[in-house]
Ligand binder design. Structure first.
Ligand code: NAP
Length: 273
């Protein structure tokens, strides 16, 4: 059941942070949140694209937008982002950055470059989830949305570090869902198969995929809407299978049962506090 706009803003506002907002899915999230009346912090490396989106959103909606030009793979990225956000009350944190810019076999990319992907998809995600999550738990409300990939569900040739880092975020998000679900903070992992973003199209062209520019792909706007509607239905939304299956035994429902079952089993040894 979708949360009505004013109830959504009340529950997840007044500010949303979208990490990775300069194009594609992140920009679609920002547009959708602005329409629901949330102020937006837009984060990415391309300041010009963010400034353009800021003026579009502020012209169309009665909201405030803060632009933070930041490389999220930098070791101090989270610290710098928190400093830029300052005292603003963040009720929704979306981490959307995190595509694999290399798509090579493991040894064909340098360990330094893999290190940057590790910081982008693991360290910064962990640090920001900690910082924003703590403030949300203190207020007893909020949401954390980690944009992930179906690559998180197992290893894939030429996507070793992508699959590994997305697996990290999936396990982190599912665990936080189990810890926070009764404390007012929703957590959702959105596991995407493919979505039409500039990064995806560029990669397909670079990899000489036939029909790279014309192939029909799920649209970013549709995924953003769906994920926002499903925020309270964590821990994991697997697109498109969940949507096609539409039943109690969808992959998302199976993940929920898995997390609850594992948490109950582990409680025997590690406690239930
Ligand atoms: N596209 C797909 O088919 C697909 C499939 C499965 C999962 N996903 C997931 O969906 C998300 C979005 O996909 P995408 O294809 O649009 O990915 P993307 O290339 O990571 O771009 C998403 C956004 O993140 C920003 N970004 C990327 N690296 C950054 C960095 N180091 N520091 C700050 N911002 C950074 C980009 O802007 P700047 O370049 O301006 O920084 C852009 O605004 C990713 O998490 C991806 O793993 C996508």
């Amino acid at each position: 059941m979708p949360v009505p706009n004013n109830a959504f803003a009340h529950r997840y506002g007044p500010w949303a942070v979208i990490a990775g907002a300069s194009h594609g899915l992140g920009a679609a999230f920002a547009r959708s949140l602005a329409e629901r009346g949330l102020n937006c912090v837009l984060v990415a490396r391309r300041g010009n694209a963010l400034a353009q989106l800021k003026s579009e959103l502020e012209q169309r909606y009665a909201i405030d937008v803060l632009v933070v030009t930041q490389d999220l793979a930098h070791p101090n990225a989270c610290e710098q982002l928190m400093a830029a956000v300052g005292e603003r009350q963040v009720g929704l944190f979306i981490y959307n950055a995190g595509g694999d810019p290399y798509i090579t076999r493991f040894l064909d990319t340098s360990v330094e470059d893999w290190g940057a992907l590790l910081r982008l998809n693991c360290s910064t995600v962990m640090q920001c989830s900690h910082a924003f999550g703590a403030a949300m738990l203190a207020r007893g409300q909020g949401g954390l949305l980690l944009v992930g990939s179906q690559a998180a569900l197992g290893g894939i040739r030429k996507l070793a570090m992508y699959a590994a880092t997305k697996g990290f975020a999936l396990n982190l998000g599912e665990s936080l869902w189990a810890e926070w679900k009764d404390r007012g903070v929703d957590v959702l992992n959105l596991l995407i198969g493919t979505v039409d973003t500039p990064t995806m199209r560029d990669a397909m062209v670079k990899l000489n995929i036939p029909d790279a520019l014309t192939m029909t792909l799920p649209q970013a706007e549709d995924l953003a809407l769906l994920a926002l509607e499903e925020l309270g239905n964590g821990p994991t939304l697997i697109h498109p299978e969940d949507i096609l299956a539409q039943g109690a035994d969808t992959p998302g429902a199976a993940r929920r049962a898995h997390v609850l079952g594992k948490s109950a089993q582990a409680a025997v040894f590690i406690g239930n506090d």
